[in-house]
Design a protein around this ligand. Structure first.
Ligand code: G3P
Ligand code: MG
Length: 247
């Protein structure tokens, strides 16, 4: 039976300010098997790690990422809205996160989500591929997106790139990927999975999100899913011991 990978959503989003170096550091500290992050492109074409198209919710600033330079973004406090204890946290560049993973010798799974479903960010796929091809990483990489055209563009630029389909309601849109490219993993919203069940889709290739309750964790571990994406990686790793032996 495969061990279900625990993937830290936006770092350790439940315990630290999402998508910050502090959150990724925490995901590493608890020895998460995987780390998920979200990518956007600034006005000066820099890759930054943030979930929303705008900085409004997670920082003390206002505006859209696409209308701000990296310098402007770097002036913002991305920690205080979570807790004053994190007031020095910034929105990290993609490179800063990669540097952290290298420094910490991360050998797990890096799930890079291209946030192109609202803003197309022309050229983002090429930039990501260029950065990722510059180095021989010790970790495995999987690209996900709600925008399947982005995933196709990734495959067109790197045939060996692993891709995962993100979806909330229906995965009918997977047909857009076509026969040409292999989809490595399904990353569905847990509600969809519970409704549809695992009859049609192999649990070996399922990594649902966002698995935060113990009962949802138990469901994923009991079904020996490929992975689960959670805001609470430390909790999930402890819970896994009940179902699956540590390797
Ligand atoms: O990868 C799972 C999850 O990150 C997808 O949704 O909105 O949290 O990026 P979201
Ligand atoms: Mg995401």
């Amino acid at each position: 039976m495969q061990q279900t990978k625990v993937i830290a959503h936006r770092g350790s989003k439940g315990t630290h300010p999402e998508n910050t170096l502090a959150a990724f550091q925490e995901a590493l500290r608890v020895e998460s098997d995987g780390i998920e992050l979200d990518l956007h492109l600034t006005k000066d074409q820099q890759l930054v790690v943030i979930h929303d198209e705008s900085v409004n919710r997670t920082t003390n600033g206002k505006g859209k990422v696409k209308d701000m330079t990296l310098y402007e973004i770097k002036q913002l406090d991305a920690g205080s809205s979570f807790s004053p204890a994190f007031k020095d946290e910034k929105i990290p560049s993609f490179q800063e996160v990669l540097d952290l993973l290298v420094k910490e010798d991360f050998k797990g799974l890096l799930n890079i989500e291209l946030k192109t479903d609202h803003e197309p960010y022309p050229g983002i796929e090429e930039k990501v591929i260029q950065i990722m091809k510059q180095h021989k990483w010790l970790f495995q990489v999987v690209y996900s997106s709600f925008n399947y055209d982005s995933l196709i563009r990734m495959k067109e630029r790197d045939y060996e790139a692993e891709i995962a389909l993100l979806f909330e309601k229906s995965k009918g849109a997977q047909k857009k990927i076509g026969e040409k490219y292999t989809i490595c993993m399904w990353h569905p919203k847990i509600n969809w999975l519970k409704r549809v069940g695992l009859k049609t889709y192999p649990h070996q290739s399922m990594r649902p999100w966002t698995i935060n309750s113990l009962s949802q964790m138990d469901y994923c571990f009991e079904q020996a899913m490929s992975g689960l994406i959670t805001d609470y990686p430390e909790l999930a790793l402890k819970r896994r011991k009940k179902w699956q032996p540590d390797r």
